[in-house]
Design a protein around this ligand. Sequence first.
Ligand SMILES: [Mn+2]
Length: 426
Amino acid sequence: MYLNSPVTQFESLSLTTEPSPEDAEIDREPIELPLTRPSLPPATGEPGIYIAQRGNSLAHQKSEELQKTLLGHRHERQLLILQDFPDPDALSCAWAYQLIAQQYDIKCEIIYAGTLSHQENIALVKLTNLPAQRWTLQTLKSKDLSFYQGFVLIDNQGTTSQLMPVVQQAGIPLVAVIDHHSLQVELKSEFVDVRPYVRATATIFTQYLQTGILKLDSSINQHVKCATALMHGLRSDTNRLMQAQEEDFMAAAYLSRFYDAQLLNAILQANRSKRVMDVIERSLKNRIVQNNFSIAGVGYLRYDDRDAIPQAADFLVTEENVHTAVVYGIVHDEDDELEVVIGSLRTTKLTLDPDEFIKEAFGQDSTGRFFGGGRTGAGGFEIPMGFLSGGNENSGYAKIKWEVFDSQIKQKLLRLVNPRDNPIQS
Ligand SMILES: [Mn+2]
């Protein structure tokens, strides 16, 4: 059993953000199944291990480390914090973590502060009964937080959640961070697995599952639904596997033994609302194309339609001669009179690092926090409007406000898009 392994085995493990050549060596250690077995594994039955060599040893080390961490927190309660607008990758991985942690009698609440905005995410949660809950800041304040002994960040590093500062102020320790975005901030966490070169956090979790941290069973409905959710997360973060790499394909291959293809199809059939279609239409009308960048401001949109922005960016990047699309708008929450500029970037240009691009374009706030970041092929930003929020019943004011933000965002983006002083393209 891993669980009894000596601590010293993992102590020297450093956080690797790049695949290292040494990994191939560590692979020689005994593993349940040989990697070179030529025939296909049975569709059901004992789990076989067919993952890329690079991911294999690291996945085993991290899986053992995670099991030791969970063992040290038996019978506790944890909060799993997702980004304010959780995507399928985050939702499915949080569910996988919850199922893994259950084996240690750890009870987890999967929480997010914003909304499920994308039609596929709403379908995912409804059709699989995915146990995620919306906790606004008010909900959080009404809870007795001393009830929880730890919190966990999945598919984010706390920079995209309103809940994070409150949970930290309550003195709840960070137990684990599992993510594939570039390192955003220094975090003190007992367990860290941040691998920016992996295309989906679902790939990381599937690798954990392959090591036997939780034995998936096709006869258990919840396992089938969680595997389906992970497959959806993996597909959606890799542009339907088109940007998937070996590790992601290996993970998808493993999930294919357990997932429900019909259920996944039902999730993907979810239709866009008229309002989302309208935002996409505005992005098409308003876009400007310069040096293969397509940039579009879409004006004001409701909180619930926030996910129309990445969908519009997904669409704009499909235009001929466009490799990168940036779409942004002012999202307003009617309840709180809060407004925030939200933007999404999508790129097919391999040499463009969305994380670097967004950090360079928009910089940091007064506390040193970047307004956004990214991962391979995609990025996003959120700029709070603070004092300028609200007052939009005065249409003249609303119009001026949009024009100012629209011009400022364009200026900042075009500074990087314009080749004369463009540090990105050099
Ligand atoms: Mn992700």
